[in-house]
Design a protein around this ligand. Structure first.
Ligand code: ADP
Length: 159
């Protein structure tokens, strides 16, 4: 069984993330979305909230599991019996960092490959931080966030 892991902060999950999840779930037997604990970031949503938002917008994808982890990704992958990490690439600016991460992960776990899916063109410019900034100005978010979670996002913003 081919198991892939799609890691990220998902703070919150955007339509761009969801697009990658749907495409990767079609490629692999099982996809694990892993919400990573990143001490360097000050998240808007707690880990549990982020997992819950992902669960709600992916409920129709049968071969998907949602986990969270504060481990090294390469170790988490080994534990889950996965040999592929899926990443989304939006622009050349994503590439340098992702290339470095892919090499480091492979160094730690030589069985681990990283597969890059290019963002679909309507999501190229989208990131959780851009969505948060737009939200703080009261912009319409229907092109950016799955519609089921827009009320949660607005509640967080106090709008
Ligand atoms: P962000 O950069 O939005 O904070 P994350 O850290 O949650 O995102 O990113 C998790 C993964 O999803 C990364 O591989 C990132 O490149 C990818 N990703 C984020 N937004 C998009 C998008 N709009 N289209 C494709 N991939 C994306």
């Amino acid at each position: 069984m081919k198991v892939a892991i799609y890691p990220g902060s998902f703070d919150p999950i955007t339509s761009g993330h969801l697009n990658i999840i749907q495409r990767a779930a079609n490629i692999f037997d099982k996809l694990i979305v892993c919400v990573m604990v990143n001490a360097g970031k000050n998240p808007m949503f707690t880990l549990e909230e982020r997992v819950d938002l992902i669960r709600r917008v992916t409920k129709d994808i049968p071969n998907l599991e949602i986990h969270c982890s504060n481990q090294l990704l390469a170790e988490f992958a080994r534990e889950q019996g996965s040999c592929v990490i899926v990443k989304g690439l939006r622009a050349v600016s994503d590439f340098e960092n992702e290339f470095q991460m892919a090499l480091i992960n492979r160094k730690i776990n030589p069985d681990l490959d990283t597969m890059f899916l290019t963002a679909d063109k309507e999501y190229l410019y989208m990131s959780s931080s851009v969505v948060k900034e737009l939200g703080s100005y009261g912009a319409n978010l229907s092109d950016f966030l799955p519609k089921e979670i827009i009320p949660d996002f607005q509640r967080k913003l106090g709008k």
